[in-house]
Each structure stands twice: as structure tokens, then as C-alpha cells.
Write a protein of this length. Structure first.
Length: 429
């Protein structure tokens, strides 16, 4: 058997301790599957005295994570600190320059600086593996870089933030408003320290940017992802989408077109009986479409100690086996900067309106939609919300995003709306 693969771990939060526990529990199994022993030599975290429910006594403790990143007795640096700058970036760069491979779960860092890190890794002859950075325990990175290596990938889409999916499905099942479920998620510890990373779509946008780079051979570019969160989704939207046979999901979609790379993360309606429509709770789902294999659906836990640590271990075992792949599936020098493009693919749209209860209000709405070239598939008027307003739901036939933009901008000028309209794209999945 080869010499042991020696690990140094920076960050002993939920995922870091999960990695420690798996290595301690499955040491023999990992050695058999890797062809060599996998062991931890050094660890680092901010608070040494914190109770972490794991025995760390046999590992050298370093107060400074940089000491782990540059230690002579560390072969693979495991970065689980988080953040797109500062300690995480500095230690990864130092580890690469010190001749160490890197495993990370840091989606924000890769989305913001992935291309520069890939270039550094290749220049030093090292690898960066990051299965845990996208969709927790779902092996989406390996599926795309290895299992689908013989495919041209046409589209990637999915539900990539479990907290948002929990909030949306909980609103539907319990009939609770967004604010109540948001607070419930906070109490359960589902939200990031900055909740906007979750509900604002930023966390999921980071993941989509990484997947886009792998799928289409482009430089990762989070700045070009169109992002909208779930904050404006009301319980009325949830109920009315259900009435029409749909569910609302925070859906990420990336596809390469003749105009450029489309990357968008936004709430959309999907058919309730589709795989994405049936996804409940904190589960993630990624759908990948290849020209040879067709559509692949990957579903599983998108976060949590066990699932995310499992993904980290999968990368460690690959390195132990001697697998050496470019960071984003292709040499960094071959990755081109993609021209960003807004989607032009026609789709049906859901539009929620709160109209004044007076004659001619609906006629004015229909005129605006007609002037935009939008035809109505279905329209429903619900009971009054207040003595002076009536909720109206419109589902359009397929139309262009430009036409919808024109209509949404023009509708408030009719003088019959009580509040701003809400529009959501209906995706075919």
C-alpha cells in the first residue's frame, strides 16, 4: 500500500467535524477504496475550547490556518472556512504554492475567483476539488466532468438552495405567509448568517456560475448571473399557482445560445407533477441535459453535516487514488470568457394583479397585454381582498421576455392597479 495521504483541515464547523467523523469511522474502508491510508495530521479553527462532539486529541492544533496550509506533513489542504476573500483565499493560494492539493466546499470563492485559482493550480501542478461546493451530497460535479465527458451539455437547471425550497414548500403545506416561514427557518438554523445569501438567490447563483463554467467550458462569472430571490413571493402566489397545476421554485437555468451564455436564478412556476415540482423540503435537484445521454436528474440532500462531508471525502478519495483533473473539467487556458446574454426563449408567464374594483379595469389590462403582443391563455378573478380591490391572475401564452417587460412597465400607468404586478416565468421541465 502507498504512503498515507495526510490531510490538514482549516475550519471545524458542521462540515469540518463531519469530515473528521467519517475519517474516524471509516478509516479501514477509505484505505481499501483509496489504496492508501487517509489520515488527518493538523487542524485549525477559531475557538479551540468549543465542544465539537469529536475527539481531536490526536491531531496537531494550529491557531493560524496558514500554518496548516503550508505544513510539511500535509499533502491535501481542506479549506472549510468559507468566504470569498481573506483567510479562505489566502490559505488556498498558499497551499497550492506549497505543493499541496486543495479540497474545498467554498462556492462563493470559486464563483468569484475560480478562474484565477484554476490558473494557479495548473501552474503549480496541483488540483482543486470542490464537489461539496454545489448541491451538498449530490455528485453533480463528478457527473458533469466524468460521467458526461462524452456529451455536449445543452442545459443545466435545478433547485440549488434547500432553504428556499423549504420556505416555498412549507408555505404551501402549512398555508403560512412568507414572513412566518422565514422566521421559522431562522429559528431552525436553516438560514445563513446573512439571510439574503439564501432568500436573495445569491448562494444558489454562486452554484449556478460554477456549473455553467463546467458545462460550457467558460470562465466562471458570477457577475453575469441574473439573480432574483423569493422575497416577493406571497402565500397568494403559492395558492394560485397550485390552483393552476404549478408550484413555485427558485430555479437556476444556464444554457449556451448563439447570442451568448444565459445564466439566471429566479422564482419560476414548474408543473406540479414534474420532478422539480415534486421536490419538497430542503432537498436539492439538478437536471443536466446532454446531447448523447439526454436528461439526467440528480436529487439529494443539498446541505448538512453528513451529505456535505460525504462530498468532501469523495474528493479526498479521488486524490488518494491519483486522479488529476483540471479544476473546471478543461485546462484553465482553454476556458473562454463567455458573452453574457439575457434569455430570449419564449415562455408562458404568470402575472398577479391587484385591481381596483371598478368597471373597465380588466379591459385596460387586456389592452396593455394586447399592445405588448401578449395573448392570454387563462384569466381568473378571485374574491375581493378589500372592499376596493380584486385579485386577478393571468396566465399568458408563450411570449418573449421583452414583451413581458413592456407590459409590466406599462400596467401601472393604467391607473387601475392597487399594487405593483408580480410576474413569474413558467418553465417547461
Amino acid at each position: 500500500m502507498s504512503s498515507p495521504l495526510r490531510l490538514g483541515i482549516a475550519g471545524l464547523g458542521t462540515v469540518g467535524i463531519g469530515v473528521v467523523k467519517i475519517i474516524q469511522k471509516h478509516a479501514d474502508l477509505l484505505a481499501k477504496r483509496s489504496g492508501r491510508e487517509v489520515c488527518i495530521t493538523a487542524v485549525s479553527a477559531r475557538d479551540r475550547m468549543k465542544n465539537r462532539d469529536a475527539d481531536l486529541s490526536s491531531y496537531r492544533w494550529e491557531t493560524d490556518p496558514m500554518a496548516v496550509a503550508t505544513a510539511d506533513d500535509v499533502d491535501v489542504f481542506i479549506e472549510l472556512v468559507g468566504g470569498d476573500e481573506g483567510v479562505a483565499r489566502d490559505t488556498i493560494e498558499a497551499a497550492l504554492r506549497s505543493g499541496k492539493d486543495v479540497v474545498t466546499a467554498n462556492k462563493a470563492l470559486l464563483a468569484m475567483h475560480g478562474h484565477e485559482l484554476a490558473q494557479l493550480a495548473e501552474s503549480t501542478g496541483q488540483v482543486i476539488r470542490f464537489e461539496a461546493a454545489v448541491a451538498g451530497g449530490i455528485p453533480v460535479i463528478k457527473t458533469m466532468t466524468e460521467s458526461m465527458a462524452g456529451n455536449q451539455i445543452n442545459r443545466v437547471m435545478g433547485v440549488m438552495n434547500g432553504t428556499c425550497n423549504y420556505i416555498l414548500t412549507r408555505m404551501e403545506s402549512a398555508g403560512l405567509p412568507y414572513e412566518a416561514v422565514f422566521e421559522e427557518a431562522r429559528q431552525l438554523g436553516y438560514l445563513e448568517a446573512d439571510p439574503n445569501l439564501d432568500v436573495g438567490g445569491i448562494d444558489a447563483g454562486h452554484k449556478l456560475a460554477i456549473l455553467s463554467s463546467i458545462a460550457f467550458g467558460t470562465q466562471v462569472s458570477f457577475a453575469d448571473v441574473e439573480i432574483e430571490g423569493i422575497e416577493r413571493i406571497s402565500i397568494d402566489d403559492i395558492r394560485r399557482a397550485s390552483d393552476m397545476g404549478y408550484r413555485i421554485k427558485l430555479l437556476g437555468i444556464a444554457q449556451m445560445t448563439a447570442r451568448g451564455l444565459e445564466q439566471r436564478m429566479s422564482p419560476c412556476l414548474v408543473p406540479a407533477d414534474s420532478p422539480l415540482g415534486q421536490l419538497v423540503g430542503g432537498t436539492n435537484m439538478v437536471v443536466i441535459e446532454g446531447d448523447a445521454v439526454g436528461q439526467i436528474v440528480l436529487r439529494g440532500a443539498g446541505a448538512g453535516e453528513g451529505p456535505t462531508a460525504s462530498a468532501v471525502l469523495s474528493d479526498i478519495v479521488e486524490i488518494a487514488r491519483g486522479v488529476r483533473l483540471p479544476v473546471f473539467g478543461q485546462p484553465a487556458g482553454d476556458l473562454k470568457a463567455a458573452l453574457p446574454a439575457r434569455t430570449a426563449v419564449p415562455a408562458a408567464y404568470y402575472i398577479r394583479l391587484e385591481l381596483q374594483d371598478k368597471p373597465g379595469a380588466l379591459a385596460k389590462v387586456a389592452t396593455v397585454l394586447g399592445d405588448a403582443g401578449i395573448s392570454i391563455d387563462r384569466m381568473r378573478q378571485y374574491g375581493q381582498h378589500t372592499p376596493a380591490s380584486v385579485p386577478v391572475l393571468v396566465v399568458t401564452h408563450k411570449t418573449t421576455p421583452e414583451a413581458i417587460d413592456f407590459a409590466i412597465e406599462a400596467l401601472p400607468r393604467t391607473g387601475v392597479l392597487v399594487s405593483d404586478p408580480v410576474e413569474l416565468r413558467i418553465e417547461e421541465v
